[in-house]
Design a protein around this ligand. Structure first.
Ligand code: NDP
Ligand code: 2IT
Length: 449
């Protein structure tokens, strides 16, 4: 797996310590593989046990979340917060509510967040949290009571200078609002302890749109610098029509592309003339319905109940924005056979290692999640700055800063790929560029972390 003895030793230990955690192992393996060349030139990291420390979370909190459903029955879920690395700033990262959430998923997300946050250039460490609570079909009252119970425990571990959560799958403005309200009640303090807040109580303009917009800004940089091309006239597929996917559709359309395919858990929709983004927002975000319901309102749309079939449709650009491992080696082969020109990851780790390998072997430019979807957390960082300043910046101001950050991430990742002798390999570039800042901060701060 690794040529380097240090990497083999570290990875073997990670496997031994984290049995039954495939997503976490997958994320660690990818980063360690990327660091191979860089580490050989920098023995100081091995001498100071940097990798051994990086792969072990500083703290992993697991707790019971009990709440009462609308029928008066007591329900119990499991809550998590991983505080992965605080070398360059307070822990920062989203909260996920989904039935699949477990320790492996939270740890893979927290591990990746550490490098992603470093790439943004803002002072944020890595963290992530969530619960196996399934928001599907729950009433607003049930969501509120769950969020309050979840925050009752989480509030003991977070704070504006300690750990600042935000949204992720199943957690948007509504859930952040309920959690913020509960934190404020418990602590009697109004601070920027969460990001993704509503605009009337400390939220930032552009945070809602930021991940999807940032993804398209990053894709634009790849197209411009590596392909002398643009979004103009391109056919785009976007999986997942949640917070990330919907705003990726919006920005890609604004940049002159046609979004021909979308999906969610109900299936996928193919619409050769392009989807109607405003209608999609109405159906998915306002009415909380499915793409199946969207398709029923569009006479020229074709609906397929298997969401994986999205990748069988021809496109120039694919933006997977749903969840981890949603696009495998076979899907990648189908996209390549249909002439794909660029893949950028909006979700965290949406491509399996076999898919990444397939795109790279075929010479298809590939934008890895840590870099490509960093616009969300970067704008969370801008929300924290505005909260500290007691100021709100305009939409245009935040959007300009977001564009600048995404451009900077592309440049740093590209330069790191050149320095490692693999120009254009942004997987290596992003992992190395993210690693160096965190590792150097750890070196400077001494061993007792
Ligand atoms: P949302 O909950 O808003 O949306 C998730 C979307 O993906 C929904 O449309 C959902 O379908 C769909 N989905 C979930 N699981 C599957 C699946 N197994 N197969 C097909 N579709 C699926 O989450 P976000 O948009 O916030 O997050 C999406 C991804 O982006 C995640 O990987 C997240 O970690 C990542 N991300 C999010 C950021 C943010 O700021 N929110 C920032 C950076 C990354 P349905 O609508 O039917 O439930
Ligand atoms: O995966 C991610 O980067 C997020 N879910 C956003 C985290 C944040 O703190 O805004």
């Amino acid at each position: 797996m690794f040529k380097n003895e240090y990497l083999t030793r570290v990875y073997t230990q990670v496997e031994k310590r984290n049995p039954g955690e495939p997503e976490f192992l997958q994320a660690v393996q990818e980063v360690l593989e990327s660091l191979e060349t860089y580490l050989e030139k920098h023995p100081e990291y091995e001498a100071n046990g940097i990798l051994e420390r990086l792969v072990e979370p500083e703290r992993m909190i697991q707790f019971r979340v009990s709440w009462v459903d609308d029928a008066g029955k007591v329900q119990v879920n499991r809550g998590y917060r991983v505080q992965f690395n605080s070398a360059i700033g307070p822990y920062k990262g989203g909260i996920r509510f989904h039935s699949s959430v477990n320790a492996s998923i939270i740890k893979f997300l927290g591990f990746e967040q550490t490098f992603k946050n470093s790439l943004t250039g803002l002072p944020m460490g890595g963290g992530k949290g969530g619960s196996d609570f399934d928001p599907m079909g729950k009433s607003d009252g049930e969501i509120m009571r769950f969020c309050q119970s979840f925050m009752t425990e989480l509030s003991k571990h977070i704070g504006q200078f300690t750990d600042v959560p935000a949204g992720d799958i199943g957690v948007g403005a509504r859930e952040v609002g309920y959690m913020f309200g509960q934190y404020k009640r418990l602590r009697n303090e109004f601070t920027g302890v969460l990001t993704g807040k509503g605009l009337s109580y400390g939220g930032s303009l552009v945070r809602t749109e930021a991940t999807g917009y940032g993804l398209c800004y990053f894709a634009q940089e790849i197209l411009k610098n590596m392909c002398s091309d643009s979004f103009e006239g391109k056919k785009v597929l976007v999986s997942g029509t949640g917070n990330v996917g919907t705003f990726a559709c919006e920005k890609a359309t604004q940049l002159g592309a046609t979004v021909v395919g979308i999906s969610d858990i109900s299936g996928c929709v193919y619409e050769p003339e392009g989807i109607d983004v405003e209608l999609l927002k109405q159906v998915k975000m306002k009415e909380r319905k499915l793409v199946k319901d969207y398709a029923a309102l569009r006479p020229n749309a074709t609906f397929d109940p298997d969401c994986r079939n999205l990748w069988k449709m021809p496109c120039d650009i694919a933006l997977p924005c749903a969840t981890q491992n949603e696009l495998d080696g076979e899907d990648a082969k189908a996209l390549i056979a249909n002439g794909i020109k660029l893949l950028c990851e909006g979700a965290n780790m949406p491509c399996t290692p076999q898919a990444v390998q397939a795109f790279q072997s075929a010479g298809i430019p590939f934008g890895p999640a840590k870099a490509a979807n960093a616009g969300g957390v970067a704008t969370s960082g801008l929300e924290m700055s505005q909260n500290s300043l007691r100021l709100s910046w305009s939409f245009a101001e935040v959007d300009e800063k977001l564009k600048g950050i995404m451009k900077g991430i592309f440049e740093n990742a590209y330069k790191a790929s050149e320095d490692c002798g693999v120009p254009g390999n942004l997987v290596v570039g992003a992992n190395v560029a993210g690693f160096v800042k965190v590792a150097d901060a750890m070196l400077a701060q001494g061993v007792a972390y």
